[in-house]
Design a protein around this ligand. Structure first.
Ligand code: ATP
Ligand code: MG
Length: 602
């Protein structure tokens, strides 16, 4: 029972508040309880005042008592509102911190790609956008209001015991029963069903398409403006329909509630009247009890209302994610005595009988894969889209562990090294490299490096004159600038080269020049070769003019090496590579550029 209670998301929500901000949470609860008690207190002080008037006593004390309660009633509400808003914001921030940690900390990446976690991730990421309900700071105020009413109702019922024991039970019971009778009416319980989440995701996606700049080009080109708006409206309407269905009133429970509540009130007020008529109740007492009898009704309206659902769902989602992401983003357990990665690779990097499928299922990308990359040499990988080239690069960064087989560096399984230690040996330009909204300096050396090293790396990448090192690379910042795709790619290259000069031993370049013009590409490639000489380099590219300069070339197909050798060896073999190379060379000579797709071979 206790564990069930602990598991409830409402409990988790309240438990999160002091963790978000202990002082604010304490003040919020204190104001809440005080506000709850004040209406009953006001009734009592009014009784005291009337009693004093009847007896002809001094009115100063009862009047100031009543005045104090009245002022508190007035003043506490806006104070509490401010506390709620602040505490709500703190709670949001606390949740975002937790979520960021949960996303960023695991050494692997599987947790970010797992479909089972995606709805929790959506809830946790977007609860404060106000798309499906009020944001946290507002919900906090609604919850406070509900709890103030509930406490107020119970406090009134408590005072009513002074009249007779059964009156608060009858009246409180009747009002309380409305929660149960109308349970399907007031709460949007279905808020987080799969149906709602899906409608929400679609609605939000359509909205983003409409308002975010990156989609603007295609929306216009393909005439999708109307389609996007229609889609947004339809999904949104579906969301509202779901909401409406979950909140509509049921007629029969309403009638039952009315009868019950009406009956209870008639009985209690009749008893009050009878007591007055029988001389058992004075006017001052009547005033108090009649007021608290009315005040008991707050039990029905108060409580943990619908706002609770919207506020507790993200808390529960974040806590669930914290647990699940740790597991799903884990790699093989770290060794007790990790082998140091310093100086590696000195001999070779080897894929030994590696089998790998992405964690969320699907086909094996690599199946019994073997490949040796001698240290200090460059290996180019070519192959059609989806062949597994980027997957090889990701495995080398140890973003995933293979399900079978091993990746070995100088004979040591990568899993025997500390993951951070190994990663410090690797640098990469990924196909979808990151563009930091930071200064040029921080883009080239996010982990820091001397300016001369940064400038040298920029020069090698042909990006010397792009901007000053302090220029933010985004127009949104003061003095910031926007760059073209090719310019960004040069910066990504500079980042890898900078890491290389800082000591990395393995360089992974996944289509590093795909966005460069042909002339720029060959010029830069010469420099990259010079810069990476002596390092172990893996170059993934579709452009055969760049690939040919590598020490060895590997043709990858469906996760298997189908050809491996030097450019000359592969040409002499007249196989896949030779056909492809010649085709691209012919086109180039014919002035058609290098736009031959690998798939052209069929
Ligand atoms: N994060 C992922 N989750 C699940 N499957 C993935 C993921 N990334 C890639 N895949 C699948 O793995 C296979 C290999 O993908 P990979 O990205 O390694 O191909 P590639 O050779 O780099 O292709 P391209 O030339 O298009 O860049 C593909 O079938 C792809 O659908
Ligand atoms: Mg790729």
């Amino acid at each position: 029972m206790l564990t069930r209670l602990r598991e409830r998301k409402e409990w988790k929500f309240f438990a999160a508040l002091p963790r978000a901000d202990r002082k604010l949470a304490t003040a919020w609860w204190a104001a809440l309880v005080l506000r709850g008690l004040l209406p009953a207190g006001f009734a009592v002080t009014m009784g005291v005042l009337i009693g004093a008037v009847q007896r002809g006593d001094d009115l100063a004390v009862p009047l100031s008592l009543m005045g104090t309660v009245f002022v508190l009633l007035q003043v506490l509400a806006p104070i509490h509102q401010a506390l709620s808003a602040n505490l709500g914001n703190r709670t949001s921030a606390w949740l975002y911190d937790r979520l960021s940690e949960a996303c960023v900390r695991p050494p692997g990446m599987g947790h970010l790609e797992d479909p089972e976690l995606s709805s929790d991730l959506t809830t946790a990421r977007e609860f404060d956008y106000g798309m499906t309900g009020p944001p946290m700071w507002m919900n906090m105020d609604f919850i406070a209001g509900g709890l103030v009413e509930a406490i107020g109702g119970f406090a009134s019922a408590l005072v009513l015991f002074g009249f007779t024991w059964w009156a608060p039970l009858v009246l409180g019971g009747a009002w309380l029963s409305t929660h149960w009778l109308l349970r399907e009416s007031s709460v949007w319980r279905d808020r987080n069903t799969d149906e709602v989440r899906e409608a929400q995701r679609h609605a939000e996606y359509a909205y983003r398409l409409a308002v975010d700049p990156p989609a603007a080009k295609e929306l216009r080109l393909f005439g999708l403006a109307g389609w996007t708006v229609d889609r947004f409206i339809t999904r949104r309407r579906q969301l509202f329909d779901l909401q409406y269905r979950a909140t509509r009133l049921r007629q029969r429970p309403v009638i039952w509630s009315l009868l019950l509540v009406g009956g209870a009130n008639v009985v209690v007020f009749a008893a009050l009247a009878a007591a007055v008529n029988g001389g058992r109740l004075e006017l001052d007492q009547l005033v108090v009890y009649a007021q608290v009898a009315v005040g008991t009704s707050a039990i029905a309206f108060g409580g943990i209302n619908w706002a609770m659902d919207g506020a507790a769902a993200p808390v529960a989602a974040v806590l669930r994610l914290q647990e699940a992401m740790g597991t799903k983003g884990a790699l093989a357990p770290p060794p007790d005595r990790p082998v140091p990665a310093v100086g590696t690779p000195a001999r070779e990097v080897r894929f030994r009988d590696v089998t790998f499928a992405y964690p969320q299922g699907g086909e094996r990308v690599l199946d019994g894969f073997d490949l040796v990359i001698p240290a200090g040499t460059s290996l180019a990988i070519v192959g059609q889209n989806g062949a597994g080239k980027t997957t090889l690069a990701k495995l080398l960064c140890r973003l995933y562990d293979p399900q079978a087989g091993a990746i070995e560096v100088d004979g040591v399984d990568l899993r025997s090294m500390a993951v951070d230690d190994w990663r410090s040996r690797v640098t990469a330009v990924f196909q979808d490299f990151i563009r930091f909204e930071l200064s040029l300096r921080d883009n080239v050396a996010p982990g820091g490096a001397p300016d001369e090293v940064i400038l040298a790396a920029l020069a090698e990448a042909g990006a010397s004159d792009l901007a000053a090192l302090d220029t933010p690379l985004h127009k949104g910042y003061e003095g910031g600038t926007d760059l073209s795709g090719g310019q960004w790619q040069r910066i990504a290259l500079a980042r890898a080269l900078c890491a290389l000069h800082q000591g990395a031993g393995l360089v992974l370049l996944d289509e590093p020049t795909a966005q460069l013009d042909v002339r720029g590409e060959s010029e830069i490639f010469e420099r990259i070769l010079a810069a990476t000489r002596g390092a172990t380099t893996v170059l993934i590219s579709h452009r055969f003019s760049t690939v040919r300069h590598a020490d060895r070339i590997c043709v990858l197909e469906h996760g298997r090496v189908v050809e491996l050798g030097t450019h000359e060896e592969l040409l002499a073999r007249s196989g896949r590579y030779a056909t492809m190379f010649n085709l691209q060379a012919q086109r180039f000579e014919a002035g058609e550029g290098e736009g031959v797709a690998y798939e052209a071979l069929g």
